[in-house]
Design a protein around this ligand. Sequence first.
Ligand code: NAP
Length: 489
Amino acid sequence: MQGRASTGACAGRGTATPGSADNPLRVAVIGSGPSGFYTSEALLRAPLYTEVDMFERLPVPYGLVRSGVAPDHPKLKQVIEVFAKIAASPDFNFFGNVTVGRDVTVETLQDCYHALIFACGAETNRELGIPGEDLPGSYTATEFVGWYNGHPEYRDKSFDLSHPVAVVIGQGNVAADVSRILAKPCGDLERTDIAHHALDALRKSNITDIYVVGRRGPAQAKFTAKELREFSELKYCRPVVRPQELLLNAESQVELADKSNLGSRKVYELFQNFSTLPPCRGVRKRVHFAFLKGPVELCGAYKVQGVKLEINTLTGPPFRQSAVGTGKFIEIEAGIVFRSVGYRGVPISGLPFDRHQGIIPNTDGRIIDMQGKPLPGLYVSGWIKRGPTGIIGTNRSDSVATVTSVLDDLPELSTRGHKPGTSALTKHLDRAGLRYVNFSDWHEIDRSEVERGTAVGKPREKYTRIDEMLRLLNRPGNSGKRFVRVKVR
Ligand code: NAP
């Protein structure tokens, strides 16, 4: 990080353009996942005086890196080291256990900061809109991923893994994560940071066959090759593809021949490899990839007993092909279904929301009203800005683009008057009696989780309840770190 000397001066009260030593640009970043941290990094690197306060509804940071990235993908979590360096900046504060829209309103934040940047991701899932979707035994990938990753909101969910067949609807990387966790031997999961309640349940799982179903063809599957390849590396497990499912129409052949589509070509080649794997002894589980099958109903009287799928065909030009039903149907008998058809953002009280796309409407990161007019001082970055696409690193350029908009708007932001920043916000939270969590507190939780993990041979054993985390922080020995340290300038 670039770093910048602290000023030691008090914040000015004038309406001069923010960003000077006596009138730093004060920004609230809402959300502590990749887009929140990359946004903070871009702000702190800007050639002006900036203070960043980050708000997170959980007492712990890192969003989907902590509670979305699969436990058997530790390398993807190494980005946390980069985020921790950003958090170490003297111009950065973390306010965990604070829900914006409930504990503090958008209006209060606007009174305290020149700009608010919402980087709160896409917290919920898209719906299929088919009969039976709400039957017991039908779950969203979001719930399952949150559960095995120990997210407090999902830790008390239970999943009936007693039937030998599971169906995963969708063919993106989240579907790959869900299927792999179901297929992987528990011996290979027990040295990861998977939540212990999930590991206990997976140990008792009877699932032997996992069907991963795509509504379009193998050329349109959204897996990345790296994630798909892992299915051929799983112990006691076989990826299965029927060769006749790999036949391509002319448009799909054009797609795969296109130079820009190397990733899909690699994915298709992996499916070809899977379809020619010779029989093998010792296989206990199979992951079946099925294409051109759209879910039309989850069947069952009181709980899921199967999935009815319509055989699809593709229509439209290359790269814009969509699935249409043929009127022919098949049914897969199954005891559990995971709907992994993409995430969706949720509305925030006081902000506009595009229900169709599940994002906050914006132009270049500037939140806009129904008439398309930018709302001064309000911005978005990450999934809530562009929708749930891309890998962790994609959020970096996205966040830099939003911060560029903020910096371009500096003269406009100066008209929003004096913004007291951290000190006023802290007073507000104290008056509300809120137990907010700072980054030293997080280090305390982190240390304790790593210690608990070491004791059982795991990299960490996460706390999965908010009250457990707060109890740890409120232990007598930790009382000195109770409140956020407000920077003295
Ligand atoms: P995704 O990549 O958008 O995949 C969603 C899947 O659901 C697609 O196959 C889509 O098919 C299907 N789908 C959507 N609506 C459907 C419907 N009504 N009926 C049947 N199928 C439907 O989303 P994701 O898997 O949730 O992943 C989100 C993002 O996170 C992606 O960018 C992903 O790469 C990333 N991610 C990365 C990793 C990693 O790097 N290891 C891990 C997890 C997630 P269509 O194509 O036909 O719409």
